[in-house]
Design a protein around this ligand. Structure first.
Ligand SMILES: C[S@@+](CC[C@H](N)C(=O)[O-])C[C@H]1O[C@@H](n2cnc3c(N)ncnc32)[C@H](O)[C@@H]1O
Length: 188
């Protein structure tokens, strides 16, 4: 078993997967290279559905190719912003919504999530998850937009009504070079 505390993105997904069962509907808000999409597609199985968003054509091509090579056909790819989530997925229908913020690994660094749209997307995600569902957010504050975005997301999350949500935040406190951090929100 890998050391999950040293591998933040794996830790984020491992916890998320405990909220998902076969047949569920889930959302990958930022599919990028499709790595998270594959993990979600495997978890929901052939009876389930993954809605995967990204605004980049390249992300769609990479994710499509990855899905094909793994033989998954349970993913609906949308070349749209995650702010349109509520137009495609019914309220309280998903067991998980996953955000991996920032820019695509190995891709164009100028195409990145931003504080303003991310907060709108998170509001959509809270409407989309069912009671007992989870919103997972992996954040990177090593670039300027990411630092601003993290601050906005944490300020927003701290204000969520504790009678409706539980919020947890994980940060590798002694590690240099801005490792990713995780925010989890579950709906009561
Ligand atoms: C860190 S990458 C995601 C990595 C991905 N989860 C993976 O497994 O490879 C962030 C992605 O967010 C996308 N993005 C930026 N703004 C977005 C938006 N408003 N809606 C959806 N995707 C967005 C970028 O194009 C980029 O591919």
């Amino acid at each position: 078993m890998s050391n999950l505390i040293t591998r933040t993105t794996e830790l984020a997904m491992s916890v998320t997967l405990t909220y998902i069962k076969p047949g569920d509907t889930v959302v990958d808000a930022t599919c990028g290279t499709g790595r998270d999409t594959i993990a979600l597609a495997r978890a929901v199985g052939s009876e389930g559905k993954v809605y995967a968003f990204d605004i980049q054509k390249n992300a769609h091509l990479l994710t499509e190719a990855r899905l094909k090579s793994h033989g998954y056909s349970n993913v609906h790819l949308l070349m749209q912003s995650f702010v349109s989530m509520s137009d495609h997925i019914a309220e309280r229908s998903a067991s998980a919504v996953v955000f991996n913020l920032g820019y695509m690994p190995g891709g164009d660094h100028s195409i990145t999530t931003t504080a303003d749209t991310t907060l709108k997307g998170l509001e959509c995600a809270l409407r989309t998850i069912r009671i007992g569902g989870i919103v997972t957010v992996v954040m990177y504050d090593g670039h300027e937009a990411g630092a601003e975005e993290k601050q906005a997301v944490l300020e927003w999350a701290e204000e969520l009504d504790q009678s409706k949500y539980h919020v947890a935040f994980v940060s590798l406190l002694n590690q240099k070079n801005n490792p990713p951090e995780i925010l989890w929100i579950t709906k009561k």
